[in-house]
Design a protein around this ligand. Structure first.
Ligand code: HEC
Ligand code: HEC
Length: 328
């Protein structure tokens, strides 16, 4: 009897400690201070911010509605920043996550510091953690001035009233998420002449590696950065991001700078995007139309940076079409 009593007391203590830890994580984390900053909206910042948000960091890729009847899903007119992308269980996410409205209709009451924290640390205005489908761990490294430019640009967006549902993470992700936000670790934007460092900066804040690295159980595989292989379930089958390391056989080792530029330039106008009449026809998740308007110098810098990486042989089968009988 005595032993049983002791066992019960020990179990009780363990349960209490576990509850205390979960309670602490849930109620006291994330604990990231709001930056005390006032972003002056200048013409230069708005212009730079528009470029970054639409063609480099591609905020608008997720925070707008997309027209999937054209290749690579350009933005549906009138929805710029109004929110809408949905990330679901079917796509492999631990819950349902919605990209909120980031036009002034939602953000007007947020301070600049609160927007800065959401972008670079993944914490919203209510101190709640954001799920890293939004690549805030990459944005964390953006130069403060670049983030200020994005904020200045967001302030000038046309306000669009659009109520987006709240995200609904599964348990236990709903608790684990509280441990994900982290203090911003801003880099200084390297000089353009320093091409490889500058290319690294651009590739980092574009989060190319988020899609172009293999993931296992929702985590990037160590040592395989940019080696491709991340899978995306599409209506027509499985799409895998290719290897962007300079391996000649399986990556971009044989690509000249001109080939690289051409690969993007084909999509630089909406009129060049192929119509997709049937959702079971191949379409790409890579926002080609957005990156196609990155400046040639910036694209060249990313190319130079990728070519400076260690080649990783990794054969990626880019496309597996679902056969018709699997459909039935
Ligand atoms: C890959 C998709 C994706 C990209 C790219 C992205 N976001 Fe997000 N963002 C999201 C999702 C999804 C959420 C909501 C996450 C959640 O609820 O856990 C979010 C949340 C936010 C929030 C919080 C809004 C609120 O009401 O809570 C802000 C602000 C924001 N994003 C701004 C940006 C900016 C600025 C950029 C570009 C620098 C950006 N996002 C890029 C997907 C994205
Ligand atoms: C949302 C996920 C996603 C993001 C972000 C992304 N890519 Fe991709 N990318 C893909 C997928 C999927 C493919 C394969 C389908 C295709 O070719 O359209 C691809 C294809 C490519 C290709 C073609 C390679 C080949 O062998 O033909 C290049 C080049 C490329 N991406 C470069 C980049 C660069 C540079 C960035 C960052 C600036 C980037 N991608 C960001 C998903 C992504």
């Amino acid at each position: 009897m005595k032993i049983l009593k002791i066992i019960f007391i020990i179990i009780g203590i363990i349960v209490l400690i576990a509850l205390a830890v979960v309670g602490y994580v849930n109620y006291f984390l994330p604990n990231i201070a709001v930056k005390d900053v006032q972003v002056e909206v200048t013409h230069e910042r708005v212009e730079r911010g528009e470029y970054l948000a639409n063609h480099v960091m591609v905020c608008m890729d997720c925070h707008s509605q997309r027209d999937w009847s054209l290749f690579s899903g350009p933005i549906t007119a009138g929805t710029l920043g109004a929110g809408g992308d949905k990330f679901t269980h079917e796509m492999g996410f631990p819950g349902t996550f919605y990209a909120p409205n980031i036009t002034p209709a939602n953000l007007a009451s947020w301070s600049d510091g609160e927007i800065y924290r959401a972008i670079t640390s993944g914490v919203n205005r209510n101190e709640a953690p954001l799920f890293p489908v939004m690549p805030y761990h990459s944005y964390s490294h953006a130069d403060q001035e670049d983030v200020y430019s994005v904020i200045a640009y967001l302030r000038t967006l046309k306000s669009v009233e659009n109520e987006v549902p709240l995200s609904d993470p599964d348990f236990p992700m709903s608790i684990i998420m509280h441990l994900m936000p982290a203090e911003a670790q801003p880099m200084e934007r390297p000089r353009e002449e320093d091409q490889i460092a500058y290319g690294n900066y651009l590739a980092t804040i574009s989060a190319c590696a988020d899609c172009h690295s293999p993931f296992e159980k929702g985590q990037p595989v160590e040592g395989m950065g940019y080696a491709g292989g991340r899978e995306f379930e599409m209506p027509w089958g499985t799409l895998r991001a290719p290897n962007l390391t300079p391996d000649t056989a399986t990556g971009i080792g044989a690509w000249t700078e001109q080939m690289w530029l051409n690969r993007f330039a084909v999509y630089d106008s909406i009129h060049k995007l192929t119509p997709i009449s049937d959702p079971h026809q191949f379409n790409s998740l890579m926002p080609w139309h957005m990156y196609a308007q990155m400046s040639a110098d910036d694209l060249k810098a990313i190319h130079a940076y990728l070519h400076s990486l260690k080649p990783i042989p990794n054969e990626v089968e880019r496309v597996t079409h679902r056969t018709t009988d699997m459909h039935q």
